[in-house]
Design a protein around this ligand. Structure first.
Ligand code: ASP
Length: 335
């Protein structure tokens, strides 16, 4: 039987106005029931559960990703599909993290939300929610995806590109998985090939201690040194272009080299939306490679950050984490 579990985590979709701005509202289920009352058999049946603490996704922490993943894993055989209602601000991080936690899952997990709350007149929540529910009943989708404004994106390839338009997400380095317009069309060739078995990975201590650093003109080695004094276990560096960083002052690469030697795993991604890191292309990139920094291929910053966090939280040995960072686990990068 087709039945979807809707998991409400917070976000604008269910928010209401307050004196300090929009806040999550626990009272979403009744609104949804009203909205979907006339759906007949066009949509799958659903159950609804809400997280104990509903969050503006700006407050999401790595442990929350795994709380959501655990709810899905726990219900894996009870439902044929899953819809996660989530705020847009960190939706791409959660979608990527869920993809690493729920590897090999044979059912659709669709993360969605909206830019305008459901209870408001011009809300985009209706369309997003109804399309996500429809897609959650499509058994050819065996992966974590993100649905927004007519587009279905691979969860670990998505990034938020707009806070002002209803078209909030893009998948810069991977084709759309599908589009919902007058017709629902999936690009079957772009979908993840279903795995032969589930490989759920739900580490207990979810925070892998990863930091994220965006390079900027004038960044000093001193600044990086201060950050590295916190001894992060992983560092994702948003470098320029194909993975370049300042190379004139050797102290910059030295800081990273020392950190690598102390066991911090450093990964470079690009500040460009459409990009692929190649640390051999420029001398300004090979300095990073020589310092032990790993090139993050065409991963989004969100995918690299959540993947590194995940592998470290799983307690894997350093050499394996380094290797897996450039190995596709669930379609997050192109080798
Ligand atoms: N701040 C909100 C959130 O991420 C934004 C949204 O949902 O669109 O929860």
């Amino acid at each position: 039987m087709q039945k979807t579990l809707i998991l409400y985590t917070g976000g604008t979709l269910g928010m209401r106005r307050s004196a300090s701005g929009y806040i999550p509202d626990a009272d979403l289920q009744a609104l949804l029931e009203q909205l979907l009352a006339d759906a007949g058999n066009e949509l799958p049946d659903y159950d609804f559960i809400a997280l104990e603490q509903l969050l503006d996704s700006a407050n999401m922490q790595p442990a929350d990703w795994y709380r959501i993943a655990a709810r899905i894993a726990h219900n894996a055989d009870r439902y044929s599909g899953f819809v996660v209602l989530h705020g847009t601000d960190t939706m791409a991080y959660t979608a990527a993290a869920l993809s690493f936690a729920l590897q090999g899952f044979d059912r659709p997990v669709i993360v969605t939300g909206s830019q305008i709350p459901l209870r408001e007149m011009r809300s985009d929540a209706h369309n997003n929610l109804i399309a996500a529910l429809l897609l959650s009943a499509d058994s050819s989708l065996a992966e974590v995806s993100l649905y927004f404004n007519g587009k279905l994106l691979r969860g670990n390839r998505a990034t938020k590109v707009s806070a002002g338009s209803l078209d909030a997400f893009a998948s810069p380095n991977y084709p759309l998985l599908g589009e919902v317009g007058i017709q629902v069309s999936l690009d079957r060739g772009a979908l993840l090939v279903p795995a032969t078995e589930r490989n759920f990975q739900l580490p207990e201590f979810a925070d892998g201690g990863v930091a994220l650093l965006k390079l900027f003109p004038g960044i000093s080695p001193f600044f990086i040194g201060k950050l590295l004094e916190y001894r992060p276990r992983g560092l994702v560096i948003e470098a320029y272009g194909t993975g370049n960083a300042p190379s004139q002052d050797p102290a910059f690469a030295q800081q990273l080299e020392q950190a690598t030697q102390r066991g911090t795993i450093c990964v470079a991604v690009s500040q460009c939306l459409e990009s692929r890191v190649d640390l051999d292309k420029y001398a300004a990139g090979s300095a990073l490679r020589d310092a032990g920094v790993i090139g993050g291929l065409d991963m989004t910053s969100e995918a690299a950050f959540t993947k590194l966090n995940h592998l470290l939280a799983m307690g894997l040995p350093e050499s394996q984490v380094r290797k897996l960072m450039t190995t596709p686990l669930c379609g997050e990068c192109t080798p």
